[in-house]
Write a new protein. Sequence first.
Length: 411
Amino acid sequence: MYDWAVIGEWVQFAVRWTHVITAIAWIGSSFYFIALDLGLHRDRRLESGADGEEWQVHGGGFYHIEKYLVAPARMPGDLIWFKWEAYMTWVSGFAMMVLVYYFGANLFLIDPAVLPLTVPQAVAISAGSLALGWLLYDRICKSRFGDDNTRLMIGLYVILVAMAWGYTHVFSGRAALLHLGAFTATIMSANVFFIIIPNQKIVVADLIAGRTPDPKYGKIAKQRSTHNNYLTLPVLFLMLSNHYPLAFATKYNWVIASLVFLMGVTIRHYFNSVHARKGNPTWTWLVTALIFLLIAWLSTAPMFAQDGKTGDITPSTADLRFAQAPGFHDVVSIVESRCSMCHAQEPGYEGIHWAPKGVRLETANEIAHEAERIYIQAGVTHAMPPANVSFIEPEERAKIVAWYRAATGRG
């Protein structure tokens, strides 16, 4: 008989790994080409007619690179396109959202204390917000408001702050920050799919037809690429935030998310300035550190409880199934004696100052709510407790497994 909880864990692992691989490929190539473009020597008269050149050394070899402002005189036969990295990063990221937040909506996406949504409602709001975000952003970029890049960037930041506030008033804290990252990543990927690559294809088609390409297509693509440049680091922070309750499970989580975008600007400004040989603005690191300290302070003012709230959770239908399963009372006793000293609103274990990953296991409702996590972390595997510091016995792990499987019809 298949153990779907275990299979689900491995499917998530495979998809997450794919997401990390493609994200590394996309971000790596993006950062490289941004640094290359900013560092080109454009003060040299090149016989090829290129806009700039750069000599680089890596891996024991020397590379001579030239960039054409619009396009070369004729189309090369072995042109390499950088696009699949961006596409697959979004596809694998959305697949992770489906696996974790849509299939596990009652656990990770919906917080009745924030907004009592049904699963279909929550999923519709989630998917709809991603699509609406891109349409709104794209419309603004193509409007007269988007003619001024500085004004456009400020407008984009206002939209992101508004979305940060909005998501935290719809979803759980963890899901809110993750969705803000997905909202931003969708804009970035759509920039590549709908704007940057199509514009480059227009230029290629003009070259093949013997026409002179219009430079406006390159200008538009450069604007969207610049946005992606400054949004990358905040997206990485938001994607990692679901592992850190001090980021997502606080009263000021939307303010924290808003400040993260400012850190992305200061960090990228430093590297962009250095690559463009426009000085060494080390002040950006001080500003970044101060913003990060402000974030750290906000995360504990006040110290969080369950997604910034206190009190026991309201059991769902799924929770009741686990609470009514044979062996539940034994599991409650095991978890209370082996786990709740850390997984509590006020942990009693030395060195633990808040519940790891925001998971609290102090009441029967909370234990039933976290049934699958308990099963995977302390039943099927020995991941919890870490180093078995609370000396959970093999017989106790077996009781957890038997309880979960009985509740899911596999006992």
